[in-house]
Design a protein around this ligand. Structure first.
Ligand SMILES: [Zn+2]
Length: 112
Protein backbone atom coordinates (compact mmCIF):
# COMPACT_ATOMS: atom_id res chain seq x y z
CA UNK A 1 0.00 0.00 0.00
CA UNK A 2 1.37 3.39 -1.01
CA UNK A 3 0.73 6.23 1.36
CA UNK A 4 0.99 9.97 0.88
CA UNK A 5 4.21 11.28 2.40
CA UNK A 6 2.39 14.34 3.79
CA UNK A 7 -1.06 13.23 4.97
CA UNK A 8 -0.59 9.39 4.94
CA UNK A 9 -3.74 8.92 2.90
CA UNK A 10 -3.62 5.86 0.63
CA UNK A 11 -2.62 6.54 -2.96
CA UNK A 12 -4.25 4.34 -5.60
CA UNK A 13 -3.50 6.21 -8.80
CA UNK A 14 -0.43 5.11 -10.71
CA UNK A 15 -0.42 8.39 -12.63
CA UNK A 16 -0.32 10.38 -9.41
CA UNK A 17 2.50 8.17 -8.09
CA UNK A 18 4.53 8.64 -11.27
CA UNK A 19 4.10 12.42 -11.08
CA UNK A 20 5.18 12.34 -7.42
CA UNK A 21 8.35 10.38 -8.25
CA UNK A 22 9.23 12.77 -11.05
CA UNK A 23 8.74 15.85 -8.89
CA UNK A 24 10.77 14.40 -6.02
CA UNK A 25 13.56 13.32 -8.32
CA UNK A 26 13.77 16.90 -9.58
CA UNK A 27 13.39 18.69 -6.23
CA UNK A 28 15.60 16.34 -4.20
CA UNK A 29 13.93 17.37 -0.95
CA UNK A 30 12.69 13.87 -0.22
CA UNK A 31 13.64 10.37 -1.31
CA UNK A 32 12.54 10.01 -4.92
CA UNK A 33 10.19 7.16 -3.99
CA UNK A 34 8.11 9.40 -1.71
CA UNK A 35 4.64 9.83 -3.12
CA UNK A 36 1.77 12.20 -2.56
CA UNK A 37 -1.97 11.85 -2.74
CA UNK A 38 -3.66 13.95 -5.40
CA UNK A 39 -4.58 16.75 -2.99
CA UNK A 40 -1.04 17.10 -1.66
CA UNK A 41 0.42 16.75 -5.16
CA UNK A 42 -1.82 19.58 -6.39
CA UNK A 43 -0.37 21.83 -3.69
CA UNK A 44 3.17 20.75 -4.53
CA UNK A 45 2.67 21.52 -8.19
CA UNK A 46 1.03 24.85 -7.41
CA UNK A 47 4.04 25.93 -5.40
CA UNK A 48 6.34 24.56 -8.12
CA UNK A 49 4.67 26.81 -10.70
CA UNK A 50 4.55 29.96 -8.59
CA UNK A 51 8.32 30.44 -8.55
CA UNK A 52 9.66 29.32 -11.91
CA UNK A 53 13.23 29.28 -13.10
CA UNK A 54 14.99 27.88 -16.13
CA UNK A 55 15.61 24.46 -14.59
CA UNK A 56 11.91 24.08 -13.79
CA UNK A 57 10.94 24.91 -17.36
CA UNK A 58 13.40 22.31 -18.58
CA UNK A 59 12.24 19.69 -16.10
CA UNK A 60 8.53 20.07 -16.90
CA UNK A 61 9.18 20.05 -20.62
CA UNK A 62 11.33 16.93 -20.27
CA UNK A 63 8.29 15.09 -18.85
CA UNK A 64 6.56 15.53 -22.17
CA UNK A 65 3.19 16.85 -23.15
CA UNK A 66 0.25 15.77 -20.96
CA UNK A 67 -1.64 12.94 -22.67
CA UNK A 68 -4.35 12.32 -20.11
CA UNK A 69 -5.03 15.59 -18.27
CA UNK A 70 -5.98 15.17 -14.61
CA UNK A 71 -8.52 17.52 -13.09
CA UNK A 72 -6.91 19.64 -10.36
CA UNK A 73 -3.41 19.13 -11.76
CA UNK A 74 -3.59 19.85 -15.47
CA UNK A 75 -6.88 21.71 -15.59
CA UNK A 76 -9.81 22.88 -13.51
CA UNK A 77 -13.18 24.48 -14.08
CA UNK A 78 -13.23 28.14 -13.14
CA UNK A 79 -16.10 29.99 -11.45
CA UNK A 80 -17.85 30.40 -14.80
CA UNK A 81 -17.53 26.67 -15.42
CA UNK A 82 -14.89 27.16 -18.10
CA UNK A 83 -12.23 24.55 -18.72
CA UNK A 84 -8.96 26.18 -17.66
CA UNK A 85 -5.49 24.75 -18.19
CA UNK A 86 -2.98 25.16 -15.35
CA UNK A 87 0.52 26.58 -15.66
CA UNK A 88 1.79 23.03 -15.07
CA UNK A 89 -0.02 21.82 -18.20
CA UNK A 90 1.48 24.65 -20.25
CA UNK A 91 4.96 23.97 -18.87
CA UNK A 92 4.77 20.35 -19.94
CA UNK A 93 3.75 21.35 -23.45
CA UNK A 94 7.07 23.21 -23.52
CA UNK A 95 6.02 26.23 -25.50
CA UNK A 96 3.48 29.03 -25.66
CA UNK A 97 0.41 28.37 -27.82
CA UNK A 98 -0.12 32.15 -28.26
CA UNK A 99 -3.79 31.89 -27.23
CA UNK A 100 -3.18 34.25 -24.32
CA UNK A 101 -4.01 31.57 -21.74
CA UNK A 102 -4.76 32.73 -18.21
CA UNK A 103 -1.95 30.68 -16.66
CA UNK A 104 0.56 30.97 -19.49
CA UNK A 105 4.00 30.64 -17.84
CA UNK A 106 5.76 31.94 -20.93
CA UNK A 107 4.38 35.51 -20.94
CA UNK A 108 6.92 36.88 -18.51
CA UNK A 109 9.73 35.15 -20.35
CA UNK A 110 8.59 36.21 -23.79
CA UNK A 111 8.23 39.87 -22.95
CA UNK A 112 11.76 40.24 -21.62
ZN1 LIG B 1 -1.63 13.75 0.98
Amino acid sequence: MNKCHICTQAVFSKEIAVLSYALNTFQRELPSDSIYCQTCLEKKIQSFTTDLDRSKFQFAKSMGEVRNPIEGIDYYFNEQGLFTMTAWYHLRRGKCCTNDCLHCPYKAVLTT
